[in-house]
Design a protein. Structure first.
Length: 399
């Protein structure tokens, strides 16, 4: 093909080639992350010295699988179901924070791999009993709900959530909400529509937790496309009830695949009072660059420069705490999973989260640890827009 450099047609051709290259690069990177073996959910009876476990409840709108080693497929189920899963995590000497060590073949070895110890489908009443029993052993009776993103198998979501709970040392009632995803980079549209179809189910889970007297607080962490599902769900809850449940205290948005204008609209509809919002964004997020190209969006929330207008003013107006992870170092080739793959960020946030404190506390502690980490040569763990109390703090409310 002959390009007429300097002409309007030539510029269009070059732009199209860049977009194709972007799609190919991101798709290749995402496919490269999806090479894990299947049938990972068969319970393993073996144990290993130093291994630990994460006991979670999983709420899902996926279709149950005929294969018990898979549990759930990427197709849409007939309704909301619950499963209790216990994940074994290898000893700390066998892995570093942020890593999910999957077996090269099944069954895995609990001394080196993430494996399942127990998996059993339960009913709504069992869900309530499990939550109450777990909450009784948690100091602050705090539940953590995790909503995964695009291109996730069921086992991807289970093991990633187990890693998050373990590595952050979070003393919480761990609840995973997983929606139908075909785990295929070419199924973006299917995943997006499946997320939308899961709003009522996520609404039901959040309301169920809110009504339970055993639960005192609910924190929610969503990643990528899961943020779109979460914001739409919170919006419909707020519109229906005129406000959100008071127990929902913190909402953490990691690399949100949401159009900035839609986020402005959604957060306005939540009314007041509303939960504390924390945004983890990275300007070099290549997966969100691809999403923006697909949607023709000027900006995806998870890839904005929070120091630039109008984002800075809008985030300040909405009291959103921002962590810019653009300079965080991780082994994520598309820079879309820094929040969970950067061992330093997991440890820093985990120190704070495990203490039961809000992530929007910009005073002593988190900022100092980020700076200390950067000073050790790890790299700037987060770049602040502007701090409210601590000079040079790396995460704060935008002013």
């Amino acid at each position: 093909m002959f390009l007429r450099i300097g002409t309007r047609r030539g510029r269009r051709q070059i732009g199209a080639m860049k977009n194709i290259a972007l799609v190919a690069a991101v798709a290749t990177a995402l496919v490269g992350c999806a090479g894990a073996p299947s049938d990972l959910l068969t319970p393993v009876a073996a144990t290993a010295e130093g291994a630990s476990t994460v006991d979670m409840i999983v709420a899902t709108t996926r279709r149950p699988a005929s294969n018990p080693a898979e549990l759930y497929t990427g197709e849409r189920g007939a309704g909301l179901t619950y499963t209790n899963i216990v994940v074994s995590i290898p000893p700390d000497r066998a892995r570093k924070p942020g890593e999910v060590n999957l077996p090269a073949r099944v069954p895995g070895d609990p001394a080196t791999d993430f494996v399942v110890r127990r998996a059993a489908q339960v009913g709504p009443a069992d869900f309530d009993r499990w939550v109450r029993a777990r909450a009784a052993s948690v100091p602050k009776r705090r539940a953590l709900v995790f909503v995964h993103g695009y291109n996730n198998r069921f086992d991807d979501a289970v093991f990633r959530f187990a890693q998050l709970v373990h590595d952050t040392n979070a003393k919480v009632v761990p609840v995973l909400f997983t929606w139908p995803s075909r785990a295929n980079v070419l199924a973006y549209g299917y995943d997006r529509e499946s997320a939308g179809l899961s709003r009522d189910a996520l609404d039901e889970v959040l309301n169920r937790l809110s009504r339970d007297p055993a639960v005192a607080e609910i924190d929610i962490l969503a990643h990528s496309m899961g943020n779109w599902l979460l914001m739409e769900t919170l919006r419909q809850m707020a519109i229906r009830e005129k406000r959100l449940p008071a127990k929902i205290s913190d909402v953490m948005l990691a690399a949100p695949d949401i159009d900035v204008d839609q986020f402005d609209n959604d957060i306005a509809d939540l009314g007041s009072p509303r939960p504390r919002f924390t945004l983890f964004a990275s300007k070099d997020d290549r997966a969100l660059a691809l999403s923006g190209w697909v949607w023709g969006s000027d900006a995806r929330l998870g890839a904005i420069d929070p120091t630039a207008e109008p984002y800075k003013s809008h985030l300040a107006r909405d009291n959103v705490t921002v962590y810019d992870l653009s300079k965080v170092q991780s082994d994520d080739s598309v820079n879309h999973n820094k929040f969970v793959k950067s061992s330093e960020m997991v440890q820093i946030v985990g120190d704070r989260f495990a203490a039961g404190e809000s992530l929007d506390d910009s005073h002593e502690g988190l900022a100092d640890r980020v700076l200390e980490t950067a000073a050790k040569g790890v790299g700037a763990a987060a770049v602040s827009v502007e701090t409210s109390e601590t000079p040079g703090a790396q995460g704060s409310q935008v002013r």
